[in-house]
Design a protein around this ligand. Structure first.
Ligand code: HOZ
Length: 427
């Protein structure tokens, strides 16, 4: 595959941008080689600057659930831009978006928009602490809630990919109130509550962790988290930045029938523009400034272009049978990948939930970070590059989830599966 233009751009990028990228996992360090540069994306495909066309399962890391450059989103952005790109004054689209989120996610009675998932999680934690008047929070090993200081502890995604789940530059005192537990482990969470009576403000969790690959909550685990937080006067915070509006129209909480106190969103609700949001019980949300003492703000929060794009995305998702189509495509991919691995005699755990997936090269089931770490990452690298040569783009790290969009056709998935079968035979 010719990548001459990408190589030139990367060499230039390295001179002016740390590592040549604006977010670390894009740099290909976990898989070796160099990233390619894209100048166009449409539907399920991206085109790099050398003219190569790839089937894309990164989907801009989750937002592109309707495929890239969906015509309704593009025209909503264009129409909104004609009226101005940012006001810093309330605009009607913010109200429409807030109503829509509250309707789709019943646990959310009030919602505040932010500019990223990082901001949403950071603010939800501050709010939980302000509400409970307690400092300690529990997070899970390998879960990633953005790059706010107190949450960069045993974090997933790029932090894990590069072996720095606890980032340099975060004073130990900033994370002394963050307690980490293994996911899917009931006893560990019970022990933390027992050892920290009346001190835990809340648990923050990705209900389906998607930043160390993808693994699912064991039956009853999310219910257990709901019960133990409620019993101890702590809040349950669902980080649905990835799963929100993806695993069902009401997110993972709808799929698993759990009602968290607070939820964090991002990705899909921006239709591909920068966005985040956090919301939940009105009595908690009303503690935010200007009503209450918990401060939170943002110049571009509720940006009209992001609102217009997100509203278009959410409306399209609701009214087009999108979720059934996503499940069908996901089933086709899962069945095909499992068959391909079996026929090649390669041990692979193909985890999937709705339209999110991850293949791990191990013979043991993967249900937490320790299991995920058993995957043969050398094999993943070869698999990744083999697929890239076949014009299939997976996330360039074992510790990221894949995303299917409504734009992925049965033919795209067929091509992916036969490419995978071919590559797996060589591993
Ligand atoms: N944190 C994102 C994946 N979990 C990566 C975003 C990006 O690199 O664009």
């Amino acid at each position: 595959m010719n990548r001459v233009q990408s190589e030139k751009l990367f060499a230039e990028a390295l001179r002016f941008i740390p590592g040549g990228v604006n977010s670390p996992v894009r740099a290909f360090r976990a898989v070796g080689g160099q990233p390619f540069f894209v100048n166009k994306a449409s539907g399920s495909h991206v085109w790099d600057v050398d003219g190569n066309e790839l089937i894309d399962y990164v989907g801009t890391w989750g937002p592109a659930i309707l495929g890239h450059a969906h015509p309704k989103i593009i025209s909503a952005i264009k129409a909104a831009a004609e009226f101005g790109t940012s006001f810093g004054i309330p605009n009607p689209l913010e109200v429409k978006m807030a109503k829509l989120i509250c309707e789709l996610v019943p646990s959310v009675q009030k919602v505040r928009m932010t500019n990223s998932g990082t901001e949403a999680c950071m603010s939800a934690i501050r709010l939980a602490r302000g509400f409970t008047k307690r400092d300690k929070i529990i997070k899970f090993d390998g879960c990633y809630h953005g790059h706010a200081d107190s949450l960069l502890v045993k974090a997933g995604s790029g932090a894990l990919t590069f072996g720095n789940p606890d980032s340099a530059g975060v004073p130990a005192s900033f994370t002394q109130h963050t307690i980490v537990a293994p996911f899917n482990d009931v006893e560990a969470v019970k022990a933390i509550f027992a050892a920290n009576k009346n001190e835990i403000a809340g648990i923050i969790v990705e209900p389906v962790p998607g930043n160390a690959g993808l693994y699912l909550p064991r039956p009853g685990y999310l219910e257990f988290l709901r019960e133990i937080t409620a019993a101890n006067g702590a809040l349950l915070i669902f980080d649905e930045v990835m799963t929100g509006f993806r695993l069902a129209k009401g997110g993972a909480q709808e799929r698993f029938h759990i009602v968290p106190d607070l939820s964090c969103f991002g990705k899909i609700i921006g239709g591909g523009l920068p966005v985040g949001a956090f919301g939940g019980r009105a009595d908690i949300m009303d503690l935010l400034a200007p009503l209450g003492p918990v401060y939170q703000a943002g110049t571009l929060s509720g940006n009209p272009l992001a609102m217009a794009a997100g509203i278009a995305a959410l409306e399209e998702l609701q009214f087009t049978g999108a979720y059934c189509a996503l499940e069908e495509s996901a089933e086709q991919l899962e069945a095909g990948m499992k068959d391909a691995a079996k026929s090649a005699g390669i041990p692979m755990q193909f985890n999937s939930c709705g339209s999110m997936f991850c293949g791990y090269f191990t013979s043991e089931p993967v249900g937490n970070l320790a299991d995920a770490m058993k995957s043969d990452r050398e094999r993943f690298k070869k698999f990744f590059h083999g697929l890239l040569d076949e014009e299939i783009y997976l996330a360039p790290s074992q510790f990221e989830a894949g995303f299917i969009s409504t734009a992925h056709t049965a033919a795209d998935i067929e091509k992916t599966v036969s490419a995978a079968a071919k590559v797996l035979r060589t591993l």
